[in-house]
Design a protein around this ligand. Structure first.
Ligand SMILES: Nc1ncnc2c1ncn2[C@@H]1O[C@H](COP(=O)(O)OP(=O)(O)OP(=O)(O)O)[C@@H](O)[C@H]1O
Ligand SMILES: [Mg+2]
Length: 153
């Protein structure tokens, strides 16, 4: 029924719950499982080309180092999750994808391009300072994606 399932993983508790449900659903339907993590891009401010000349260049380097570090951290959690699943469900076909960009946009694009039959996503994520039931990523995905979506609390 679901040939290919995508789970959006940001390491948060709700996304771990989403992962559990995605794994058991994929196991039940013999689906392929794609685990997608998106490293949000650090926003680049506009640097003045005069005035505090040296500082902006250092700041830009710091930001790109920070971005690389974030990517490493995401990659580590992603392969840890993949190993755990491979161990518990050796017959399951699992692929991981690490991308950069705006998480909601990348999730929707990937679901379209990768011909995903079901998206599994947490209701909230690692952000979450407001009292909303859905975070901004899950809300945007629910609003803009035409695929079936399972939102997990
Ligand atoms: N960077 C990401 N990569 C992959 N999936 C993500 C990412 N960020 C969020 N998600 C998915 O979306 C779900 C909801 O997270 P969301 O970002 O909407 O909530 P939040 O972090 O609590 O709120 P906000 O980001 O608006 O402050 C997560 O459980 C996860 O499934
Ligand atoms: Mg978030």
């Amino acid at each position: 029924m679901y040939r290919k399932i995508l789970v959006a993983f940001d390491g948060s508790e709700p996304s771990k719950h989403a992962m559990d449900i995605a794994v058991s659903t994929a196991d039940k339907w013999k689906s392929e499982l794609v685990i997608l993590s998106v490293v949000p891009r650090v926003m680049m401010p506009v640097f003045p080309d005069e005035g505090f000349g040296a500082a902006p260049i250092t700041a830009a380097q710091d930001m790109s180092e920070y971005q690389d570090k974030m990517k490493e951290i995401y990659a580590g959690s992603l392969s840890e999750a993949e190993e755990d699943i491979n161990e518990a469900f050796p017959d399951l076909v699992v692929t991981t994808k690490l991308m950069e960009g705006r998480p909601s946009a990348v999730i929707v694009e990937e679901a379209e391009e990768d011909q995903i039959d079901l998206i599994v996503i947490g209701s909230r994520g690692v952000g979450g300072i407001t009292g909303w039931i859905l975070g901004s990523t899950s809300r945007r995905v629910v609003e803009s994606c035409t695929k079936p979506i399972l939102v997990v609390k």
